[in-house]
Ligand binder design. Structure first.
Ligand SMILES: Cc1ncc(C[n+]2csc(CCOP(=O)(O)OP(=O)(O)O)c2C)c(N)n1
Ligand SMILES: [Mg+2]
Length: 425
C-alpha cells in the first residue's frame, strides 16, 4: 500500500469513529455519558441502602441428613471418588487431632487445625485439575491431602527437620510443593492474593487450559492486598478462582465485626466479578460450585469469586483460646450435626456405600501411621544451621554472607552452648 493510500485509510477510519460518536451522542442525549459508570438519571436524591440489596444466596446440594435436595444437582460421582473424598477428610481430621496434641506436649512449636472446613478443601480440590496452580493462606491442608502430599511431608515440615522442603525456615503448617503445584504458604495475610492474580495473568498469556485457585479467609479479605487482587483480576481478565473460606472468625474477631456488607460474596459484583456463595460444609455444593467456576474462568478468561460459608470449630491456632470469645454450645452445634464429615457420612449411609468397620479400620491405620511418622520425624536431624541463609536469594547478598561468617565464628567459640549434635553437619 502506498503511503498516501495508507494515510487516507487512517483518516477515513478516524472520521468514521468521530461521526459514530456524534450520532451516538444524539441518539442517547437523555442517557448519562460519563465514562466511569453505566447507569440512568434520577431527579430525586436517594441514598441507596445496603438493606435494599438482596443478599447473595447460599447454594447447597445436600441437607444435614445427607439427602440430595434436587436430583439435578447430584454430581453423580463414582463410589471410589466419594470414598476418597470421605477418607481424605477423615485423614485430615485425624492428623490434625494428633498434631494439635503434639504441640500441646511441646513436640512442635505451633499448629493450626482445619476442623469444620474439610469439605471446602476436599470439595474444591476435587473439582480442580492437578495442573491448576494453588495459592493458599494456611488453613487449606486438605487441598494438599487431595493432591497426594504425604503424611511424612506434613510432619517433616511441622518438625522443620532435614526432610522439610523449606529446611526449617518457616513455622509449622507453612507447606509448599512444586510437584503438586502448591505455592509455599506465606504468613503475612493476603500477600498470596495479588501474586495469584499475577500468576493467572501469566497463565492466560500461555493459553494452556490451566487456572489459578487462590484461597483466603474472610479476615484476610480486609487487607488492602485483597482489593488489589480483586480489581486486577477483574480489569485484567485473569483466569483465577478467588476462593474465600468464610469460617466466621479472624482469630477473635467475629465476621460481624469484620465487615458490614453482604459478606465477601457481596463485593464480587461491585468489582465486576462473577460470584457464587456456597455452603462450605456441603462437599457436593463446593464441588459443583468450583467445577462451574473453573469452566467459566477458562472459557471466558475472567475471575470467579467463591465464598464458602463454614465455621471454624477449632481455636484459631495453638496460640489461641477461643473459649474467651464464644460459647462452647455454639461450637458444639457445628461439631455435630453440621459437621461436613458427618454430612457426607449420612449421604453415604443413605446410598448404602458406607461400611462402618472398614472406615474404623481406615481411621486406626491413619492414627498409627501419623504416630509412627511423628516418632520418625522427631528423631531426624535438623538442617545444617547454615541452610537458614541459603535458598532465600538466588545469589546470597553480601549482608547475609557477613552474617553467616559472624555466626560461624560465634559457634566456633561457643560450641558447648549449642545442641549441635541435633543439626546436620
Ligand atoms: C498482615 C497480617 N496481619 C495480621 C496477621 C496476624 N493474623 C494471622 S491469622 C489472622 C486472622 C486471619 O483470619 P482469616 O483470614 O479469616 O483466616 P482464618 O484464620 O479464619 O482461617 C491474623 C489477624 C498476619 N499474619 N498478617
Ligand atoms: Mg476466618
Amino acid at each position: 500500500m502506498s503511503l498516501m493510500r495508507f494515510t487516507n485509510t487512517l483518516l477515513a477510519k478516524a472520521s468514521y469513529h468521530r461521526i459514530g460518536r456524534f450520532f451516538s451522542t444524539i441518539k442517547t442525549n437523555h442517557e448519562p455519558q460519563f465514562p466511569g459508570a453505566t447507569s440512568h438519571y434520577i431527579e430525586t436524591p436517594k441514598l441507596t441502602m445496603p438493606t435494599e440489596m438482596t443478599p447473595i444466596p447460599i447454594y447447597r446440594v445436600i441437607d444435614s441428613a445427607g439427602a440430595i435436595l434436587d436430583s439435578s444437582q447430584d454430581p453423580n460421582l463414582s463410589k471410589e471418588i466419594i470414598q476418597k473424598m470421605f477418607r481424605d477428610m477423615v485423614l485430615l481430621n485425624t492428623m490434625d487431632k494428633i498434631l494439635y496434641e503434639s504441640q500441646r506436649q511441646g513436640r512442635i512449636s505451633f499448629y493450626m487445625t482445619n476442623y469444620g472446613e474439610e469439605a471446602s478443601h476436599i470439595g474444591s480440590a476435587a473439582a480442580l485439575e492437578q495442573r491448576d496452580l494453588i495459592y493458599g493462606q494456611y488453613r487449606e491442608a486438605g487441598v494438599l491431602v487431595w493432591r497426594g502430599f504425604k503424611i511424612s511431608q506434613f510432619i517433616d515440615q511441622c518438625y522443620g527437620n532435614v526432610d522439610d522442603a523449606g529446611r526449617g525456615k518457616q513455622m509449622p503448617v507453612h507447606y509448599g510443593s512444586k510437584e503438586l503445584n502448591f505455592v509455599t504458604i506465606s504468613s503475612p495475610l493476603a500477600t498470596q492474593m495479588p501474586q495469584a492474580v499475577g500468576a493467572a495473568y501469566a497463565i492466560k498469556r500461555k493459553n494452556n487450559d490451566t487456572c489459578v485457585a487462590c484461597y483466603f479467609g474472610e479476615g484476610a479479605a480486609s487487607e488492602g492486598d485483597a482489593h488489589a487482587a480483586f480489581n486486577f483480576a477483574a480489569t485484567l481478565d485473569c483466569p483465577v478462582i478467588l476462593f474465600c473460606r468464610n469460617n466466621g472468625f479472624a482469630i477473635s474477631t467475629p465476621s460481624c465485626e469484620q465487615y458490614k456488607g453482604d459478606g465477601i460474596a457481596g463485593r464480587g459484583p461491585a468489582y465486576g466479578i462473577a460470584t457464587i456463595r456456597v455452603d462450605g460444609t456441603d462437599i457436593f455444593a463446593v464441588y459443583n460450585a468450583t467445577k462451574l467456576a473453573r469452566e467459566y474462568v477458562l472459557k471466558n478468561n475472567k475471575p470467579v469469586l467463591i465464598e464458602a460459608m463454614s465455621y471454624r470449630i477449632s481455636h484459631h491456632s495453638t496460640s489461641d483460646d477461643s473459649s474467651a470469645y464464644r460459647s462452647a454450645d455454639e461450637v458444639e452445634i457445628w461439631n455435630s450435626e453440621r459437621h461436613p464429615i458427618s454430612r457426607l457420612k449420612n449421604y453415604m449411609i443413605s446410598k448404602g456405600i458406607f461400611n462402618e468397620s472398614e472406615e474404623n479400620t481406615f481411621v486406626n491405620n491413619v492414627r498409627k501411621k501419623v504416630l509412627k511418622q511423628i516418632s520418625e520425624s522427631e528423631k531426624k536431624l535438623k538442617p545444617n544451621w547454615k541452610e537458614m541463609f541459603e535458598d532465600v536469594y538466588h545469589d546470597m547478598p553480601n549482608h547475609l554472607k557477613e552474617q553467616m561468617k559472624e555466626l560461624e565464628e560465634h559457634i566456633a567459640t561457643h560450641r558447648d552452648a549449642y545442641p549441635l549434635k541435633n543439626f546436620k553437619n
